[in-house]
Design a protein around this ligand. Structure first.
Ligand SMILES: [Zn+2]
Length: 360
């Protein structure tokens, strides 16, 4: 693949995306320090580390399977375990669309038990079908791009999850596993949300899949915003040292709320969806396919589609919002990213054509 960007331009684009996705807009108090530590480990912008590693694998094999794990249980009293939460699935679906459209990759989404129908319903808001993996592969062999995803539910039972993970890896031969806002267990084997409650019930066990992928040299990427997600194990000691309130949970396990699972690349963002959108923008720009990036209008459709499909916002309503921020804020974030996919957009702005180039 011939990138329109020089190496220096890739570096400056990645740095700009990283800065944007790690601004603590909601004032949660986690991202600034956790991002800095992840970047220190990576030695540079996180979207570049994740994006370049992913690109190398996608370029080596057209029609490659990328596993994308997402889905959180809402855990609101009275709501059943299978009701999902709004951060994570939008990022996973936007990334899946870009991977299929720009690279002909086969996105296989892995989610919690009984959340598959909800995720498939949300996918329709981006025009994506849910196919079997065999049909995805057939489409990739005959068409220039893939417009569908496959959805797999991972059991909440350790032994069953291990068996399912072995089958998935053996049959799909994935090149990457990307977890977006996907909870991981702590050092006691218990899952927690950011309110420090035990949220293990109904939660997909993804650690066996991570371990299998890591053992086979499959790229693993963890995207998170709170410390309890898969991948945060990479900066676990830092988090425990810096954030005292995360050292102890509210459940009888007596552990911390920080996930143990490490990833090859940890992408820390203000909102996990933003990390996924940032990665999507970087991939589209470097591939010279800015049209394959996300757009503000699609973001509105996607958030509304997720709410309609049944995902619940942190306020308890099925509203077009994520992590406490309303739709307009997410659309504005995606608009800034979209502008940056024409890196450096100033060249087009000076010509007077940038406004016409930006996807609405
Ligand atoms: Zn606990």
């Amino acid at each position: 693949m011939q990138s329109p960007l020089t190496d220096a331009q890739r570096a400056s684009l990645a740095d700009a995306i990283d800065r944007l996705m790690s601004v603590d807009v909601p004032g949660r108090g986690f991202v600034a320090d956790a991002y800095a530590e992840a970047r220190r480990l990576a030695g540079g912008p996180l979207v570049r580390q994740a994006g370049d590693a992913l690109l190398a694998r996608l370029e080596a094999r057209r029609g490659a399977v990328v596993l994308i794990a997402t889905g959180a249980t809402a855990q609101r009293p009275g709501l059943p375990d299978h009701i999902g939460e709004m951060d994570g699935p939008p990022g996973a679906l936007a990334l899946a669309r870009t991977l299929g459209l720009a690279f002909g990759a086969l996105p296989v989404l892995v989610t919690d038990p009984r959340q598959g129908t909800m995720l498939s319903g949300a996918a329709a808001s981006l025009g994506l079908y849910t196919f079997s993996h065999a049909d995805l592969r057939l489409q990739a062999s005959r068409m220039p791009h893939v417009s569908a995803i496959a959805v797999v539910e991972m059991p909440d039972d350790d032994a069953a999850a291990r068996e399912q993970s072995e089958r998935l890896v053996a049959s799909l031969d994935p090149v990457a596993l990307i977890a977006i806002e996907k909870a991981g267990r702590n050092e006691k084997g218990v899952f927690h949300n950011s309110y420090k409650d035990d949220t293990s019930a109904g939660k997909a066990r993804l650690e066996p899949l991570f371990d299998l992928c890591a053992a086979r040299g499959v790229l693993t990427i963890g995207i998170g915003d709170g410390g309890n997600e898969l991948g945060m194990g990479s900066i676990r000691d830092f988090i425990l040292g810096r954030f005292e309130h995360m050292r102890s949970c509210n459940c009888p396990c007596g552990g911390s709320i920080v996930a143990e699972q490490k990833a090859d690349v940890l992408l820390v963002a203000t909102v996990s969806n933003w990390g996924a959108y940032g990665l999507t923008a970087y991939l589209a720009a470097v591939a010279g396919k800015p049209y394959a990036a996300h757009s503000p209008e699609r973001e509105r459709q996607l958030l509304r589609g997720c709410a309609t499909a049944g995902y619940v916002h942190v306020d308890g309503f099925r509203t077009s919002a994520a992590d406490g921020l309303p739709e307009d804020i997410h659309a504005a974030f995606v608009a800034l990213l979209g502008c940056m996919t024409f890196w450096p957009p100033l060249q087009f702005g000076r010509m007077g054509i940038l406004a016409d180039m930006l996807a609405k």
